[in-house]
Design a binder for this molecule. Sequence first.
Ligand code: FAD
Length: 487
Amino acid sequence: MARKLTAKERFQIPRQHMPEQPPEVRACNFEEVNLGFDEDLAVREADRCLQCPKPKCEEGCPVNIKIRDFIALVADRKFDEAAKKIKEDNSLPAICGRVCPQEEQCEAQCIVGKRSDPVAIGHLERFVADYERKRGLMKAEPPTEKSGKRVAIVGSGPAGLSCATDLAKMGHDVVVFEALHELGGVLVYGIPEFRLPKEIVRAEIEQLEKLGVEFVTDAVIGMTDTVEELLTVGGFDAVFLGVGAGLPRFMGIPGENLVGVYSANEFLTRVNLMKAYRPDAETPVLDVAGKNVAVFGGGNTAMDAVRTAKRLGAKRASIIYRRSEAEMPARNEEIKHAKEEGVEFLVLTNPVEFLGDENGWLRAARLQKMELGEPDDSGRRRPVPIEGSEYVMEIDMAVIAIGNGANPMIRKTSPAIEHTKWGTIVADRKTGKTTMKGVFAGGDIVTGGATVILAAGAGRRAALAIDEYLRTGRWEDLGQEEPPAEA
Ligand code: FAD
């Protein structure tokens, strides 16, 4: 039981501040910005929770973590139990505690937040997960009984990892195929170290190895083997596709092919995975030290790219975004941190052309001012160009971070799997079942670019359905109520 405090006493406790590296220090290193709560800060923050009889925060969580109960355990200093409580619903708390947009989800629903700042649910989730990991309390308990069934997971992002975890615990043999040489998907190649240390992702993968999951890297399904081949010659009984949406989008404006224009995916992958900032790197990025870098976009990817450029020594690192700050999809914390680190924000501004020198190198961008018109299909106000407002800004490097589409590899090689016109896979929301028997899908490849927690949730739902499929052989009515047993 959480300690007895009156509601008034709880309201009087201010939201506890997350310790962090000072902006001028962290803007020059790749170490994690947020330093995490200590035990006393965590307990004090947990004491702010009202322990609502009907916790609205849990309705705001896409995977309905038992937030009230885990916070009560934190308040009672039962940190390990609190971590286990979260893991009943989310197998990646150290990651989600760091990167989930809590201000739009659980914390947006928190009753304390109606009168004061909401309870820092994300910071508490992160604290208990770190507590468990740092003290070696993470436990992989391999199942005592094996099913004899084999499942191939394609893609090692949060969707694939969550699906693999649950299937392995259910006793199935799981092999994860990953196209890249490192495991973790966007968690390792996209989100930088200063926001999500890679040791955390590695620790999750180690747990999976202890559960008996096998990993095969440098395996591009669709090239090395097709999905059909996995099910036939590969001897797998089911396949889960968690291949993400990693195909960068470009703006289609003149000059995008100039040297010095990168997609955010390429820029971040080179820096995160290939250590492009080292002089001896095999695939370096342009040296931006003392130069002007402009990042186009307003999401988490754009913030990650611009803050990376700052850390690589850019003199001027700017976000250029065609709507206003209120419409930016990035997490509030990332926007705040970017500003503190000296990133410039040029909002209501759109590029119309990149300008190059005689050698084909980027030297400037022609920009146009925008104003907000009526809402568009996304519900956000549409940016409308202002006539005669164009001007030229000198830049040495441009990074395009306006979103990603689905990679066409599976679509091209597996015609039996229905895709939408956007290239995403058509899959049942509840089960992840695709139009090809024995094949399931979830995460960004189904929803388009979304969030870690949504991908992880989809992986877990698919694991339940795959287990049912493997046990019962049901396909057409998978996930529906089983008919009552005959008397
Ligand atoms: P991914 O994480 O994309 O993983 C898919 C994996 O499949 C990749 O490793 C890929 O190499 C592999 N793959 C692809 N094709 C094949 C193939 N044919 N064969 C084998 N393997 C294949 N979300 C948040 O919630 N918070 C954030 O702060 C946040 N920041 C982000 C920052 C960046 C830079 C980016 C790019 C995204 C961010 N997101 C964030 C979004 C989030 O990371 C994704 O929604 C999530 O990772 C999707 O998970 P997934 O498992 O579906 O796919």
